[in-house]
Write a protein that binds this ligand. Structure first.
Ligand code: HAM
Length: 411
């Protein structure tokens, strides 16, 4: 019986695991530079953590969540995103007593989407959140952090930052009201799916990819015309700081993001190098969400980036450290050879121990694996207490004693 991986999931190995690890390393370094603390949450949460906050009309809740009743009958969901679990964790662990609370997490998410390049059913996100400040510098700080991570990992890729403001809850309420009215007047041209959202959540119609909907959406009112003074001030201050920091951005008044909790700033980093799954990082503010989940009435902002999408765009990583193979010509020499093996491991070299006592096979394996050196131990070496080290890049060969092994390999 040959069991295939579950559709939309994949194993990460070879060059991709090297890239994955490089991403994690870069994220950790920059997270600490910006003073964010790491937190991990469970993969399963109560379903109610997601249904209302993400939006009962959102694609994620309507079509994509992996929800099941556990054996005790409780409804559980494999986390489809990290913001609400992060808030739940901050509340559960009393992190909101000291504000601002700046946390990040890395790990797998689950959405039952139609798989294609850059879109999977299990994927990993890097996720940053700041709770407890409405200061526009929190928005700038998070955008700058995302910008620096992408610059570090994808210096060769053209990535554009798109920015919009949805305004505060009052501005957004006015906008939704006008949007409902507009869609109602045009409902005969809308798809059946969008028609059901006119009263409940007209913002979600803006996410529709159906061509007949797109024609109407193009003529819909834009949020910017509904922002009140306070919201405009917040938005303008972010734009000014980004200009001062020379972080280039484009304003996109149609950017509303696919989840319901957003208000004020929303942003996305996109590239044309990924096909249709063009968003690498997306995020924004979410005033009211923390309170709705049982926390204090404090604002929040954050973003998430898809690790698989970054991997697809990354260049192969050059590994230039030495890889050293062994050719032990008889089992009797293995204890002696092991002294050198142990020494090399202690000095942070990558070492491959060949279990076959055969020079030809060991040499051929070393060449196949692109080893830099091979240490040969035969009868002469054993008798004279020497090690023969062959440099496989320039074919130079030296017979050395134990204390000279490291020097010869390094030079
Ligand atoms: P999101 O836009 O749903 O936002 O996802 C963020 C990123 O996760 C996307 O831009 C993409 O790179 C990656 N992603 C999403 N779905 C998939 C998939 N099926 N396969 C591969 N990658 C995927 C959120 O999740 C929000 N929680 C972001 C946020 C944090 N907002 C505030 N704080």
């Amino acid at each position: 019986m040959k069991i295939q991986p579950v559709r939309g999931t994949h194993d990460i190995l070879g060059k991709n695991i090297e890239k994955y690890n490089k991403i994690i390393e870069a994220v950790h370094n920059l997270a600490y530079a910006f003073d964010f603390r790491e937190l991990q949450t469970p993969l399963i949460e109560s379903t109610e953590l997601f249904t209302k906050p993400l939006g009962e009309q959102s694609d994620v809740v309507l079509k994509e969540m992996y929800t099941f009743a556990d054996r005790g009958g409780e409804s559980l969901t494999l986390r489809p995103e990290y913001t609400t679990p992060m808030i739940r964790a901050a509340i559960s662990n009393n992190l909101l007593n000291k504000l601002p609370c700046k946390i990040f997490g890395i790990g797998p998410m689950f959405r039952r989407e139609r798989p294609q390049k850059g879109r999977y059913r299990q994927f990993s996100q890097i996720n940053f959140e700041t709770f407890g400040t409405s200061n526009s510098f929190a928005d700038v700080e998070l955008i700058l952090l995302a910008y620096k991570i992408l610059k570090l990992l994808l210096p060769h890729i053209k990535i554009n930052l798109y920015l919009n403001s949805l305004g505060d809850r009052d501005s957004l309420k006015m906008y939704k009201f006008n949007l409902s009215e507009f869609f109602n007047n045009n409902k005969k041209h809308l798809s059946d799916e969008s028609r059901t959202k006119i009263q409940t959540n007209p913002l979600r119609i803006l996410d529709s990819k159906i061509p007949e909907d797109r024609k109407i959406i193009e003529k819909a009112p834009v949020i910017l015309d509904f922002l009140n003074q306070e919201s405009l001030k917040h938005y303008q201050s972010i734009k000014k700081s980004l200009k001062d920091l020379e972080v280039k951005f484009y304003e996109d008044n149609s950017l509303v993001r696919g989840l319901d909790y957003y208000c004020h700033t929303v942003f996305e980093f996109k590239t044309e190098s990924l096909g249709s799954q063009s968003t690498i990082i997306g995020g924004g503010r979410y005033d009211g969400l923390i309170e709705n989940l049982g926390g204090k009435n404090i604002p929040g902002i954050g973003w998430a980036g898809g690790i698989e999408r970054i991997i697809l765009l990354m260049k192969d990583i050059e590994i230039n450290s030495n890889l050293i193979h062994f050719a032990i010509l008889d089992e009797r020499y293995k204890e002696y050879a092991f002294l050198a093996y142990n020494l090399l491991v202690d000095n942070n070299f990558s070492v491959f121990w060949n279990y076959k006592y055969n020079l030809k096979k060991s040499l051929s394996k070393a060449n196949d694996e692109n080893a830099t050196h091979i240490i040969i131990i035969g009868e002469n070496e054993f008798k004279e207490q020497k090690f023969t080290i062959k440099n496989l890049k320039n074919s130079e060969q030296h017979s050395v004693d134990f204390n000279s092994i490291i020097n010869i390999i390094k030079c």
